[in-house]
Design a protein around this ligand. Structure first.
Ligand code: CA
Length: 227
């Protein structure tokens, strides 16, 4: 049984109450934090399965909190914010958010996204270790090493890499990647693959500007190349 505790970092009491009711009705346990400081403590002490993060917090900007969390917290983080500018959304994804939902939101949609993020975070079924030069992947242990050193990936980065590896050599279109990694409701989030491929490249490529593993197929998508 996977742990189903969700940490809600949100200073608005009415939104907390609304979310608590919806989440508990769906079988999740809920922990609350009303500030960035409390959020970090709760995340560290209780290792929730997923974090819902508001950006406008009283003591700290949620983007900064997200960066701090991502230094050690690898499970899904979904940002739920009133800020709807694309720059803010891309910044949150860059800072390590798995997904972004703008307020006001429908609880049904939020729950669907939570389930999708948690599904991605599930371990893969047994698969042999794969070696691609400096890169070593153990999909069943969710372990990635580069030149022997462990690479820390968020669950979304991991799901994206696993998709590339399973389809090595094939061109994957943006819409295929969106559907497989994020789900059918995400076809229009065309910025997601670009942002997450950028993050993956920084972590697994020797030179992210001249990638040898994840190649861009201009206007189409990406291809994971193996020797
Ligand atoms: Ca707020």
């Amino acid at each position: 049984m996977i742990d189903s505790t969700i940490l809600l970092i949100e200073d608005d009491a009415s939104i907390r109450r609304l979310l608590q009711i919806a989440l508990e009705a769906s079988g999740f346990k809920v922990r609350h934090a009303v500030s960035g400081k409390e959020g970090k403590t709760e995340a560290a002490m209780h290792q929730p399965a997923l974090v819902l993060l508001d950006l406008g917090l009283p003591d700290e900007d949620g983007q900064e909190l997200l960066k701090a969390l991502r230094e050690w917290y690898t499970r899904p983080v979904i940002v739920v914010s009133a800020r709807d500018e694309e720059t803010e959304i891309v910044r949150a994804l860059d800072n390590g958010a798995n997904d972004y939902l703008t307020k006001p939101f429908r609880t049904g949609e939020l729950l669907a996204r939570i389930r999708a993020a948690l599904r991605l975070a599930q371990p893969e079924i047994s698969e042999p270790e794969k070696n691609y030069g400096s890169l070593c992947l153990d999909l069943s242990a969710r372990m990635v090493r580069k030149n022997g050193d462990p690479v820390k990936l968020t669950s979304t980065e991991y799901a994206l890499l696993a998709l590339f590896v399973k389809n090595a050599g094939k061109v994957l279109t943006h819409s295929f990647i969106l559907r497989e990694v994020w789900g059918p409701g995400y076809i229009h989030h065309t910025e997601y693959p670009r942002v997450f491929v950028g993050q993956l490249r920084k972590k697994i490529e020797d030179d992210p500007n001249h990638p040898r593993f994840i190649l861009t197929e201009s206007g189409v998508g990406y291809r994971f190349m193996v020797d």
